[in-house]
Design a protein around this ligand. Structure first.
Ligand code: C2E
Ligand code: MG
Ligand code: MG
Ligand code: MG
Length: 291
């Protein structure tokens, strides 16, 4: 049983999803055609700077709308894409599309950053740095506008090679974020040997902030330690005002979650950013005229 491990688990997920008539091969074939059939779309979720209340970045989140099945979660098809190698063309599509959309968003806000999730399989390719910088260059987007989100389990194996790649990416101007922080087994002091800019505290810790004292203590400790290592901190999955206020009090830098906004398509995001900026500007004006 043990030998069957992850491949089987994935199969079972897809099997259930496909109402019993599916084979992993079916989904794999669908996935192969998904790019050319233009079934992928990127949704964007804002990340807000707690101090200024500005939206400082958005995260690109991949959505697959398969006509016969409907929407399939990235949590389900990314593992399959990784097993089949399809993750490479998919990731390159994501990078290109996110760059293209960012240029539109820069018409509203020159400073806006784009967070892009990077699969371990993609990152571990020998030519990853070259490929990524070729895409941003071709798309005419400066790397300083791009924040690459990698998990601990992506950078921990082959630490030496990972550090080399991250150093190169940093030299080019890319920002590096560690995603889902706290779910791996690495300590922050070890992770700090990697040239990173931002930590994203995993949403599981935020979810239980008011339920478990332990989680509040962990979040506080992560923020304090990250700051002493000159890293900035994003809290993921912030849904309630109570969670937000706790994070503000602990001097967390950025929040992302339904409390600010759900992920949305580009057109909706444009409207959102316009309204958000107008709102902050009037708020600041009110404060200024009051004093
Ligand atoms: P992630 O990078 O940690 O993304 C955050 C996930 O949390 C997203 O799920 C987002 O929709 C969800 N989320 C955001 N705010 C809240 C909240 O307030 N409450 C709750 N309950 N959930 C919230 P999503 O979009 O389903 O993506 C899941 C994962 O799939 C991502 O986790 C990321 O690891 C992966 N993924 C998504 N897009 C891509 C991509 O383009 N490339 C790669 N390689 N992986 C991707
Ligand atoms: Mg992410
Ligand atoms: Mg995450
Ligand atoms: Mg995640």
């Amino acid at each position: 049983r043990k030998a069957k491990k992850s491949g089987r688990n994935h199969f079972e997920v897809y099997h259930k999803e496909l109402d019993g008539n599916g084979e992993i091969i079916v989904l794999e074939n669908y996935l192969r055609k998904a790019i050319e059939r233009q079934e992928f779309v990127l949704y964007y979720q804002p990340q807000m700077d707690i101090k200024t209340k500005k939206i400082y970045a958005v995260e690109a989140l991949l959505r697959w709308n398969q006509p016969d099945i409907g929407f399939i979660s990235p949590l389900q098809f990314i593992p399959l894409a990784e097993e089949t190698g399809l993750i490479i063309p998919i990731s390159e599509w994501v990078l290109k599309q996110a760059c293209q959309d960012l240029k539109i968003l820069h018409q509203f806000d020159q400073q806006l950053k784009m967070g892009i999730n990077i699969s371990a399989v993609h990152f571990q390719q020998g030519d990853f740095v070259k490929k990524v910088s070729m895409i941003t260059e071709k798309m005419n987007v400066h790397p300083r506008s791009i924040k690459l989100e990698l998990t601990e389990s992506t950078v921990m194996p082959n630490a030496r090679q990972s550090i080399d790649k991250l150093v190169k990416l940093k030299q080019l101007g890319f920002k590096i974020a560690i995603d889902d922080f706290g779910t791996g087994f690495s300590s922050l002091s070890y992770l700090h040997k990697f040239p990173i800019d931002i930590l994203k505290i995993d949403q599981s810790f935020i979810r239980n902030l008011s339920k478990y004292e332990g989680d509040a203590a962990i979040v506080t400790a992560i923020i304090t330690m990250a700051h002493s290592l000159h890293l900035r901190v994003v809290a993921e999955g912030v849904e309630t005002q109570k969670q937000y206020q706790f994070l503000e009090k602990q001097q967390c830098d950025f929040v992302q979650g339904y409390y600010v906004s759900k992920p949305m398509p580009l057109e909706e995001l444009q409207v959102f950013l316009c309204e958000w900026n107008t709102y902050i500007n009037t708020e600041t004006k009110n404060i200024n005229t009051e004093t």
